[in-house]
Design a protein around this ligand. Sequence first.
Ligand code: 5IU
Length: 469
Amino acid sequence: MDKENLILKLFELGVLQFGQFTLKSGLSSPFYLDFRRIIAYPDTLKDISEELWKMIEHLEFDHLCGVPYAALSLSSAMSMMHGKPMVVKRKEAKEHGTKKLVEGIFHAGQKCVVIDDVISSGISMIETLEAIEEAGLVVEHVIAIVDRMQGGVATLEKEGYHAMSVYTIEEILEVLYKHNKVDKEAHDQTLEFIQYNQIGYDKLRLQRTAVPKLSYSTIKVNATNKITGRLIDIIESKQTNLCCSADVNSKAALLRLADQVGPYICALKTHIDTVSDFDADLIVSLKNLAKKHNFLLFEDRKFADIGHIVMQQFTSSPLNIADWADLVTVHVVAGSSSIDALRSTGKLENTGLIVVAQMSTEDTLTSREYTKQALAIAQKHQDVVVGIVGQNKRPRDAGLMMLTPGISLSETGDAHGQVYNTPQEAFEERGIDIMIVGRGIYKAENPAAKAAEYRQIGWQSYLKRLGLA
Ligand code: 5IU
C-alpha cells in the first residue's frame, strides 16, 4: 500500500480522528491520533511498520526499541519482519529480581533506533532515551509515524538526535482534505491549533528537569581542586558570578577594561593571543589589576591538540600561560590525554582547567553524546578540573562548576553563529554557576555600569534559584 492510501486506511480505521477532543493535559484539540487501535488490524500494522523501516534500513544499528506502549507493536513487527533484535524499556523498574529498566540482550556501545507512534513535545521520547542511554546503548536516530509539528522534532534535534517521521500532520491533512475526508474548517482549525500550540525547547526543559539548587558553598565543599575554593571565595565575597570576556585587541584597551569592570567580576577572560602588542609587561599589569580588584585571570586558550603539543602551548614563551593564568580552557576532542599532558607539566598547582563540554553556536558539533563524554572526562579529572563550559548540561558531580558564554541582556545572536540567552534564564532555568559576557559589556558605552548591571542581575537570579530572593 502506498503512503497516500495508508493515510486513508488509517483514517478509515479511526486512528486519525478529527473533531473536538480533550487531551490528557486538559487542552482541547481538533484532532486525535490513536495508534493503539492499530494492533487490531495486523495488515495495517505491517504496512505502517514497513514505512518506518524504510526510513532506517540504510542505517547502521544493532537494536530496535519502541516507546511503551503504543510503539511496542511497531518495534515488534519491524523486528520480526527484518530480523533486527529488540530491546524494551520498562515503564517502571521491577520491584524484585534484576532492577533493569531496559530488557533484552545487548552490550554497552551498541546502537539503538528508538520508535514512537507520534512526536509531539518530544518528552516521552526523551524519557525513554535517557533510560536507554543509562543502560549503555547509544541512540543516534529516533523515528515516529507522525510528527505533530508542535516542536518535538526540533527539541530532539537540539538534544543531539536525528529525528524522522513517516508523515507530518500537515501531509496527512492535505491527503484527507484532497479526498474529502476532512472539510476545510477541520483542515484550517487543525493547522491553526498546531501553530498556536508550539511546545518550545526551553519551556520543556523547565518542566522536565528541576534545576539543581546547588549553592556556591556546596560546590566548594565538594570540590577537590583548590582553585575552585579561591574562585568561590571571590564570588561570595564580591557577590558576583560575572566573568567578563575581555576580547579587546590592545594592551591599553585590555588594561582599561580590566580596571573598569574589575570591581564587578569574579574572573577576567582573555584571548591573550589576540592582543596585538602583547608583551611581558601586560601580564605584570594584569596581575596587579587582578590583585587590586580581586578577580581571577582566565585564559580561554582552548588547548585541543595532542598532549605533546598542548604541553608546549601551555608553558612556552612568549605567552607563558602556565605562569599567570588561574584558569584555562581545554577541549577534550583528543580525549583525556590533553588533561594528562597538561598535568604532567607539573604546572597545575595554581591553574585550574575548564573543560569545554558544549559550545554556544547554532550548529555546534558538541552533540549530546560528545557532551556526555566530555562531562565524564571532567568528572574523572577533578583534581585539576574546576568545571566545564556548557549551555544546559551540568556535571552530575557537585564539586564541578558550570560556566556559560552566550549571555546577553539585549541580543539574541550575532552574524557569526553565536546564540545568546539571558542571565535570568541561564541561572534560574539552566542552573549555571558563572556567566561569561563579552560584547554585552565591552561594547557598551559605559562598560563599568554595564558590568555592574550584569552583576546585579546575575546575583539576583542565583538567589532566586536557591529560593532566597
Ligand atoms: N565562547 C563562546 N561560546 C562558546 C565558548 C566560548 O562564546 O561556546 I567554549 C567565548 C567566545 C567569546 C566569549 O570570547 O565566550 C563570548 O563573547 P560574547 O559575549 O561577545 O559573544
